[in-house]
Ligand binder design. Sequence first.
Ligand code: ADP
Length: 398
Amino acid sequence: MSETILVVNAGSSSIKFQLFAIRKGSDLERSLKGQIEGIGTHPYLIAKNPKGEVVIDETWPAPEVDDVPAALDKVIDFLRSHVGKLPIGIGHRVVHGGPRFSEPVIVSAAVVDQLLEYVPLAPLHQPNNLRPIRVVLERQPHLMQVACFDTAFHRGHPEVADRYALPEAYYAAGIRRYGFHGLSYEYISGRLREQAPELAKGRVIVAHLGSGASMCALVNGKSVESTMGFTALDGLPMGTRPGQLDAGIVLYLLGEKKVSAKEVEHLFYHDCGLKGLSGLSNDVRDLLASPDPRAKLALDYFAYRIALFTGQLAAAMEGLDAFVFTAGIGENAPAIRAAVASKLNWLGFKLSSKANEKSDLVISRKRSRVVGLVIPTDEELMIARHTLGALHEHAAAA
Ligand code: ADP
């Protein structure tokens, strides 16, 4: 039985997890993928092996799994019985590494304290991400844990890309353009190096289009600009978030409309974006299938904004060599890719409809100046790699 790495992505009412076996030469092979959801309401654990076969499918009464520690216990119990032994390390997705963390870090109580400082920067995600880390630290202090950040990949941005035009004190207080989805972009950057090494050295836009969506400008594989900023609300419209907004709208809602800050937060995170514009659904599949003109408006807006931000990111790189689509929508919705590509025709992106329909690796025509690609992302594998790397470094330093 080989050693394993567990990858954990914890939300408010769910914990997603994946188990990777460590093969010869530090290769990682996914052996399980699962999640426990409905924590506190109708707890439900399901996990599948790589063949897609269900290996556990269990529910409990709500009081038995009413918080994250109890849910984590169920996951650990399952791993113990199914795999036989605990992983040698746990890699956690943590949304915010603040200004301090530009790479993954082995977690100690001191690191947790530092990460708790960033809770105000990501109030909806950071506490949930940290919860299982703290539970394991208390209960199994010898189990190595590694925090992997969605912000870290963007920490090398030039200063002009890191700032808002606010007085210095605000920058010092952490109001910066962090950028998110960094684990996805880092994975794509690596895949591009393997699959198209010449392009990887150039100027590439990656569009991570999932229920959260952003775009990243890569020069020679490094992030130089992102459409997301201080929080994951900025940039592209998303399933339920509006993307870029005039800050005056917030002042108007708070001052004139007397909407509370909590209500504005709820509006911006849950009721805007594709859902708000269409009044129908946050899911692109529903909108593509709908004859309702509001569904069309929402999708048109999405493609329009992707094209607008392409101009911005291309300007940051002073050119564009390749455009990569990834994540749920980017990987699976040829119609959205076609809508974006048609708006980027002027930039030299010439789509091959046939390759696009098949979601081939290369979806542009041979003579297209900008090469269009579809590359599936794998944030969990990225976290597992980081975790194994951090454990190796730790062992070498000991
Ligand atoms: P998350 O950000 O939650 O990880 P994903 O990257 O899995 O999200 O993307 C989820 C979104 O992808 C869904 O909300 C849906 O809009 C979209 N999606 C998934 N499959 C398809 C498909 N076949 N066609 C169009 N859109 C899809």
